[in-house]
Write a protein that binds this ligand. Structure first.
Ligand code: ZN
Length: 375
């Protein structure tokens, strides 16, 4: 089995390269916007429809477009064709809006096919730009097939290269271990075997920093240079938070798929929970949704199993030993005490044990239907 995987690196272009990168992104934008304009000019009453100019024709019209990579322009042209195909597809399930114009403030990027770039130890050679310095903090496995590279610039003016490769997935060795996970606000994760992962304190710290920066921004006059600076500062902190969260989630999910074969989690309805404002901040901090999706795809890659149990299943209220239900359990009860069998356990550990039990029950029912019928 193969999968597509992206390796993203921060780029350190020289001042001259930055100019060229910006120019390329600008030209790509022109290609996109031209196509959008023609698309939006469509009028069913007209007998002759305007056709968008090809990149070759655009280059004849705007000579400065010749300075940048032709492949980048062609890729954008292809993107629009794909968009158009999806837009008119009768089988598409998702609604697609009309195409939008891109301006300088929107996310800036361009893509090159695999023949137009080479990734080296400490640089990447991009067509028309040359060798751009980068730090390889993640190594692309040797036998990968390079597909494309997307060069992007964020609001803070930092450049990145995201290299897309097709790679063979090698299943992780089986450990024979299973775990149930209780996801919470205070402790990010409690495992049925006693594993605990706390919410990193830096989430809170960055959040406080963000709040202050936002307040700072709100006092600045519209259109002023100080406002521009303050906006950039907010964007920078926001960017940090996103990165911190990504790193955190990648670390725990990597540990989980390495150490366990079977992972049971509760299917919390994240969207429903975030509506509750008091909890909203912590929940978005913990970013359960991202955790779920990352864990699921990693498990699929490495041949491990993730089973979600119904969110209405009373994992916290049920005794993991005898099955008695404590209907009066409140959020403030940190210890679960069973009045029937006398079990006394940390609330989250008890819950995670129930989640594991339920997941094992559900998945074995799926696997062996014949056995279930004969009972
Ligand atoms: Zn009990």
């Amino acid at each position: 089995m193969t999968t597509l995987k992206a390796f993203k690196y921060r780029l350190y272009p020289t001042a001259q390269q930055q100019i060229l990168l910006n120019k390329t992104m600008g030209c790509v934008r022109v290609v996109w916007n031209h196509n959008v304009e023609v698309f939006n000019n469509f009028d069913k009453n007209l007998t002759e429809q305007e056709q968008p100019l090809s990149t070759t024709q655009l280059k004849k019209k705007f000579e400065w477009m010749n300075e940048v990579s032709a492949a980048a322009l062609q890729q954008k042209e292809m993107d629009f064709k794909t968009f158009k195909k999806n837009y008119f597809s009768k089988t598409r399930k998702k609604k697609i809006g009309r195409p939008c114009f891109k301006n300088r403030d929107s996310h800036q990027s361009y893509r090159l096919p695999n023949q137009k770039f080479t990734l080296n130890d400490s640089s990447i050679r991009l067509e028309k730009i040359g060798k751009v310095k980068l730090i390889v903090d993640r190594i692309v496995p040797v036998d990968c097939k390079f597909m494309s590279v997307t060069v992007s610039k964020n609001v803070c003016g930092q450049f990145f290269a995201s290299v897309l490769v097709e790679m063979e997935i090698i299943h992780k060795p089986k450990t024979g271990k299973t775990i149930g996970l209780d996801i919470g606000l205070k402790t990010f994760l409690t495992g049925s075997d006693g594993l605990t992962v706390e919410n990193p304190t830096y989430f809170r710290e960055s959040q406080a920093e963000l709040k202050q920066a936002q307040r700072h921004l709100s006092h600045k006059k519209k259109g002023s240079l100080r406002r521009k600076k303050a906006t950039l500062n907010v964007a920078r902190i926001h960017n940090n938070i996103v990165n911190q969260r990504k790193t955190f989630i990648h670390q725990i999910t990597a540990k989980l798929v390495n150490e366990y074969d079977f992972i049971a989690i509760e299917d919390l309805n994240v969207a429903g929970m975030v509506k509750n404002h008091r909890l909203a901040k912590s929940i978005s901090d913990a970013s359960f949704a991202e955790f779920y999706s990352t864990l699921s795809y990693k498990a699929a890659w490495y041949g491990k199993e993730v089973v979600k149990v119904d969110r209405w299943f009373a994992s916290s209220k049920t005794c993991s030993c005898c099955g008695w239900k404590n209907e009066n359990l409140t959020l403030s009860d940190r210890i679960f005490e069973c009045l029937v069998c006398g079990l006394k356990k940390d609330r989250d550990v008890n819950a995670s044990e129930n989640i594991l039990k339920e997941a094992l029950r559900v998945s074995s029912a799926i696997r062996t239907p014949s056995e279930c019928q004969s009972v």
